[in-house]
Design a binder for this molecule. Structure first.
Ligand code: HPA
Ligand code: ZN
Length: 367
């Protein structure tokens, strides 16, 4: 019988023997956080999904929606849920405003001070039939409203749907160039990596870089080979990398990226490893454990928080409770997040000082 942890859906219970106390939980919640890897459609509240389905009269049964939000032994694939949102639920910029504002409100409740989050415009424009400029404006307005109401900052990362034609990615960059806003920082790429390697999208990345956008890419997710990580870094020239776990299979290349200091955003609840690693060895064999041993700069994130049933505090907790990292390691991860964030140098310096002072103060009672 698989032992599960109620808090994070189907994540196996900790095997490290560390007892997590209320003081630990308060600490994980209180530390100032940057969140650099979260998908807007993977952060929709369950009740909002239901409300949007009612509003748009979507042909989705309540039981099916509830199944989307259940992470038992056989969770519905996250990517399918996201397609349903595009197809039936999002009908106008107000819907995008609502889900963005709610995501940021939920993140702020866990002391996320700065969020950089993904949104896939191709589905919004082609499937939901909302024009790019209108959709982006709804999200950007929500970022402004949230920063006023919750005292946080946030940046949008329009993300390439790699299952679509690479020319759609080029079109996406053109849309971004036509609708510049300070809150729109750069591009990413996500969705199913199998058979859709990064090199297919070289042109969109080149154009984005030439237009002054920052870049990141999902690579080495779903067990896809380290070569995709290498291609994303060397050919697409990304500023940071999302997931990247299979880099541990090539220690020489890992050493190179350790020396370059590129930041890897990692996701402790990534479903590929929950599905493929035996529960009793999940925490020991997870590649996230090995990445810092190889010198790589990692930073923990939620990815699809409402679907993975995880919040930002719990993502940090898992690094401690399941992957065996200590408080000093977490302190380093916090620095990595500040270093990897797409913020100006003065803000980076300020946060390095002030967030670390907060971290050290909060850590004192746990020492
Ligand atoms: N992988 C995992 N979760 C996601 C993705 C992805 O590519 N896109 C949106 N949520
Ligand atoms: Zn992701």
């Amino acid at each position: 019988m698989k032992e599960t942890n109620e808090t994070y859906g189907n994540v196996p219970a900790s095997r490290t023997g560390i007892e997590i106390t209320d003081a630990h939980r308060a600490f994980f919640k209180a530390i100032p956080k940057a969140e650099l890897h979260c998908h807007l459609l993977g952060a929709v509240r369950h009740e909002t999904f239901v409300a949007l389905a009612q509003k748009s009269r979507a042909p989705i049964e309540r039981a099916e929606i509830d199944a989307f939000y259940t992470r038992g032994d056989k969770p519905v694939g996250v990517l399918r849920v996201l397609r349903a949102l595009d197809e039936y639920l999002l009908t106008g910029p107000d819907d995008l405003h609502r889900i963005t504002y709610e995501y940021l409100e939920d993140a702020a409740a866990h002391n996320v001070r700065h969020a950089e989050f993904f949104w896939n415009p191709t589905g919004t424009v082609r499937v939901s039939k909302i024009e790019y400029g209108d959709a982006q404006a709804g999200i950007v307005q929500a970022i402004r409203d949230a920063s006023r109401d919750f005292g946080m900052s946030a940046r949008l990362i329009p993300s390439i749907d790699r299952e679509a034609d690479p020319d759609e990615a080029v079109a996406l960059v053109e849309w971004m160039k036509a609708h510049c806003a300070d809150e729109v920082a750069g591009i990413g790429i996500d969705y199913r990596e199998n058979d859709r390697p990064p090199e297919l999208f070289w042109k969109a990345y080149r154009n984005a870089r030439e237009a002054g956008f920052r870049t990141t890419a999902h690579a080495g997710e779903f067990g896809m080979p380290w070569r995709n990580v290498e291609t994303a870094i060397e050919l697409l020239k990304v500023d940071r990398l999302d997931h990247g776990y299979t880099i541990v299979d090539n220690p020489a290349l890992a050493a190179k990226y350790a020396a370059s200091g590129i930041v890897f955003t990692v996701v402790p609840t990534n479903s590929y490893y929950l599905r493929t690693l035996p529960p009793e060895h999940w925490a020991e064999r997870h590649p996230i454990r090995r990445m810092p041993e190889l010198g790589l700069k990692i930073h923990p994130n939620t990815d699809d928080p409402t679907l993975h049933k995880v919040n930002p505090s719990e993502a940090w907790e898992l690094m401690f409770s399941h992957f065996g990292f200590g408080l000093d390691d977490l302190r380093g991860f916090m620095i990595n997040g500040i270093d990897g964030a797409w913020i100006d140098p003065a803000t980076r310096e300020t946060w390095r000082t002030s967030w670390l002072a907060e971290f050290d103060n909060l850590a004192k009672p746990l020492a």
